[in-house]
Write a protein that binds this ligand. Structure first.
Ligand SMILES: NC(=O)c1ccc[n+]([C@@H]2O[C@H](COP(=O)([O-])OP(=O)(O)OC[C@H]3O[C@@H](n4cnc5c(N)ncnc54)[C@H](OP(=O)(O)O)[C@@H]3O)[C@@H](O)[C@H]2O)c1
Length: 323
C-alpha cells in the first residue's frame, strides 16, 4: 500500500510518499480501499509542529476517510465486502486497516468527498452548540471564516438549529457557499467594517460570534456582541487575539472556549454518538456538507498551502493518486 508519511515536524516539505506492507487483519478488523481522505487546516498545523498535539515521527498525516471494504476478519458480522464506510481515522493513504466497530456506513446522499470531509467541521460546531454555548431559536450569530471548513459547518448547523446567521468571508465564492446554506446576510471582511455592518444588520448587536479566525477580527467582533452575547473561541488561523476584559464585562458578555479537538480524545464513545446523530441529520437533508475541492495525494502539500493561503472555498479532499 502507499501512504504519505511525515519524517519530522517542522515543514510541509518533509512529507514523503512511502510504500509499505499491508498489515494482516486481526480479529474485529476490516481492510478498506480509501476513496477519499479529508484534509483539514489542523493537518498542516500538526505537520509544522504548531499544534498542541505533537505526534511521534514518522507518522501518517490525516484523519477522516471514506473507504470501500475489501476484506473482513472472520469474526466481523456487521460489515461485508463492498460496503462504503466512514472512518474518523485512516489518513492519507490508499488503504487502511480499521476496527469494524469504529466505522459507520455512509448515507447514499453523500459523495465520497463529502463523506470524507464533514467530520471535523460539523462535530466542532455540534460540540460548540450542544455542549458549550447556549443556543436559542431566533438568536443572531456572526460566523467568521464562514466559507472555510469549520465556519461553513457552523453556518449550516446554526441555521438548522433556528439561528439567524450572518456570514463573514473574504471572497464572493465563500460568501455564496454560506448564503446557500441559509445565512441571511454576508459581510466582505476585506472591504467592510465587520463590527459596523453586524450592528446595522442586527439592530444593535449580535447574540453570538463563532470565531475560527481570531487575529485582528476578534476585538471588533467582541464589540459587536449584544448584551449577554456569547463569543465562541474556536481557532486562530489569523493569529491568537487578546480580548479586552472590559469589553467582556460590559453588558454581561461571555467568552466560551470550544476545544472539540482535545475533548474528543477523552470522549470517544460520546463522540461516536455525536457522529451518528450528525450523519442522521445529513441523511434527513437537514445538514448540507459541501462538495470538496479534490487534489491527488501526490499534491497534498500544494493543497495544504492553498488552504493556508485562503484560496479554498469550503473543504478539501485528497484522492489516492500518487503520481
Ligand atoms: N476548537 C476546535 O476544536 C477546532 C476544531 C477544528 C478546527 N479548529 C480550528 O479552526 C480553524 C479553522 O479551521 P478550518 O478547517 O475552517 O480552516 P479553513 O477551511 O482553512 O478556513 C479558515 C478560514 O479562515 C479565514 N482566514 C482568515 N485569516 C486567515 C489567515 N491569515 N490564514 C488562513 N485563513 C484565514 C479564511 O476565510 P476568509 O478568506 O474568508 O477570511 C479561511 O477560509 C483552525 O485554526 C483550526 O485549527 C478548531
Amino acid at each position: 500500500m502507499k501512504a504519505l508519511q511525515v519524517q519530522q515536524l517542522g515543514s510541509l516539505d518533509d512529507i514523503e510518499i512511502v510504500e509499505i506492507d499491508s498489515p494482516d487483519l486481526l480479529p474485529g478488523q476490516i481492510r478498506v480501499a480509501i476513496l477519499a481522505s479529508g484534509l483539514n487546516y489542523v493537518d498542516s498545523l500538526m505537520i509544522e509542529g504548531k499544534y498542541q498535539i505533537k505526534p511521534a515521527v514518522p507518522y501518517r498525516p490525516g484523519s477522516e476517510i471514506v473507504g470501500r471494504v475489501i476484506e473482513v476478519a472472520s469474526d466481523v458480522t456487521n460489515l461485508k465486502i463492498g460496503d462504503r464506510v466512514f472512518s474518523p481515522s485512516g489518513g492519507f493513504a490508499d488503504e487502511a486497516v480499521l476496527s469494524a466497530t469504529r466505522v459507520i456506513p455512509i448515507p447514499d446522499q453523500l459523495s465520497d468527498g463529502q463523506g470524507a470531509t464533514f467530520m471535523q467541521s460539523y462535530l466542532t460546531a455540534w460540540f460548540a452548540f450542544h455542549k458549550r454555548a447556549q443556543v436559542r431559536e431566533g438568536a443572531t450569530m456572526l460566523v467568521l471564516g464562514a466559507g472555510g471548513g469549520v465556519g461553513l459547518a457552523a453556518v449550516d448547523l446554526g441555521v438548522a438549529m433556528g439561528m439567524r446567521v450572518i456570514a463573514a468571508a473574504s471572497s464572493p465564492e465563500k460568501r455564496q457557499l454560506a448564503l446557500d446554506r441559509g445565512a441571511f446576510a454576508a459581510i466582505d471582511v476585506l472591504n467592510e467594517d465587520v463590527k459596523l455592518r453586524t450592528r446595522e444588520l442586527c439592530g444593535g448587536g449580535v447574540d453570538m460570534v463563532y470565531d475560527p479566525v481570531g487575529g485582528d477580527l476578534a476585538e471588533p467582533c467582541l464589540r459587536a456582541l449584544a448584551p449577554f452575547g456569547q463569543y465562541l473561541v474556536v481557532g486562530f488561523v489569523g493569529g491568537i487575539p487578546r480580548l479586552p476584559a472590559n469589553h467582556v464585562l460590559l453588558t454581561n458578555r461571555t467568552v466560551v472556549g470550544v476545544d472539540w479537538g482535545a475533548w474528543v480524545g477523552r470522549n470517544i464513545e460520546e463522540n461516536q454518538g455525536m457522529l451518528i446523530e450528525v450523519l442522521a441529520e445529513i441523511a434527513e437533508g437537514k445538514l448540507h456538507p459541501v462538495e470538496p475541492v479534490t487534489y491527488p495525494m501526490s499534491k497534498a502539500v500544494q493543497a495544504m498551502r492553498d488552504l493556508q493561503d485562503r484560496k479554498i472555498a469550503g473543504k478539501v479532499a485528497l484522492v489516492p493518486v500518487f503520481d
